[in-house]
Design a protein around this ligand. Structure first.
Ligand SMILES: Cc1cc2nc3c(=O)[nH]c(=O)nc-3n(C[C@H](O)[C@H](O)[C@H](O)COP(=O)(O)O)c2cc1C
Length: 330
């Protein structure tokens, strides 16, 4: 069965990629993902805040501006909150590249242009096959417009693209006013792939303690539907490759995402729940599904559910919304 796919200019034997997660935090984990059949691995993110802290501490050592540094640094998470510091990250990337044959992508996580982007170049030197740039940001300031947010994101993508020659994928949240337009702007800025979507880890409220509580729930397949919708809208409309992250658990999820236009399907929650070996099961199920449904390759189904075929997608979306609401009978 031909499951091959091209992503970020890399020819992959199939679309199952291990997304950014703690599963690749050590070399055993990286090798285990390769042994289980991952077509590529995305390492977890190195954050803008970690890099900025590192760069500021070098500056402090040089010029002893201790007080102003302490004030600014109070907003940053403590270095102990992270599994790896910037230097350890690069070293881990270098060793991971040596340990496996599959492509290893590094992940940078930041939302505004700045000196931290220098690390993109260091990731290339450490052997990264591509960079996944995660633009996670919650715009809380009412004075900041959607245009401001998008401009900063585009400038960040341009700066990373300028710093490196390897492909750059951009990982996004769905919370943009006109996502299709923003996706096209990212495309024009040179994003080689769009990774949709970041999960927003929604805090809860502890009503007794009057605190916000952080809980990390893993996904299930129901989260895929938001992604399918936007994949189908973007498929055929952007030059960038499309990756899906969020809610890919089974072979059928992979089939649906491919039909909606995904070139690769990243998995994290499913692998955390069932172990990396789950990749092998999904891969075998995928080949069986295609065979039983008489598809010769994944490529021939890619994007066959794209909204490009719909003459007026806006009207189609409204119609579906109305039909859905009126399908319910009391
Ligand atoms: C424990 C954990 C750590 C994660 N760390 C990162 C990270 O460092 N960078 C990143 O871009 N995404 C990170 N993610 C998000 C995943 O890469 C993925 O986008 C998300 O979990 C949705 O996919 P899933 O439904 O397959 O889990 C993390 C997810 C989990 C559960």
């Amino acid at each position: 069965m031909d499951l091959r796919t091209e992503y970020l200019g890399l020819m992959l034997p199939h679309p199952l990629v291990a997304g950014a997660s703690p599963l690749s935090d050590d070399l055993d984990g990286v090798k285990r993902l390769e042994d289980a059949g991952a077509a590529a691995i995305v390492l977890r993110s190195l954050f803008e805040e970690q890099i900025t802290r590192e760069q500021m501490s070098e500056y402090i050592n040089l010029d002893s501006h201790g007080e102003s540094f302490a004030e600014a640094a109070s907003y940053f998470p403590s270095p102990h909150a992270f599994q790896m510091g910037p230097f350890e990250y690069l070293e881990h990337l270098r060793l991971a590249k040596k340990a496996v044959r599959i492509p290893v992508m590094a992940s940078l996580n930041g939302a505004t242009p700045g000196g931290w982007i220098e690390y993109a170049r260091l990731m290339v030197q450490a052997g990264a096959d591509a960079i996944e740039l995660n633009l996670y940001r919650i715009a809380t300031d009412p004075a900041t417009t959607s245009a401001d947010i998008e401009r900063q994101a585009i400038e960040t993508v341009r700066a990373v693209k300028k710093a490196v020659t390897i492909p750059v994928a951009v990982k996004l949240s769905p919370f943009y006013t006109a996502f299709a337009h923003f996706a096209r702007e990212l495309d024009l800025a040179g994003a080689d792939a769009l990774v949709i979507f970041n999960r927003f880890y929604q805090p809860d409220i502890d009503a007794e303690e009057l605190t916000a509580t952080r809980t990390l729930h893993l996904s299930d397949s129901s989260e895929l539907r938001l992604r399918l919708h936007w994949l189908a809208i973007l498929s055929g409309r952007v030059q960038a490759s499309l990756a899906v992250t969020g809610g890919v658990h089974t072979a059928l999820d992979v089939v649906k995402a491919t039909m909606a236009g995904a070139h690769v399907t990243q998995m994290v929650s499913a692998l955390l729940m069932h172990g990396p070996e789950h990749l092998r099961t999904v891969l075998a199920d995928l080949a069986t599904w295609l065979q039983e449904h008489e598809w010769e390759s994944l490529a021939e189904m890619r994007g066959n559910m794209s909204l490009l075929k719909v003459p007026d997608p806006d009207a189609y979306e409204r119609a579906n919304y109305m039909l859905m609401l009126h399908s319910w009978r009391a």
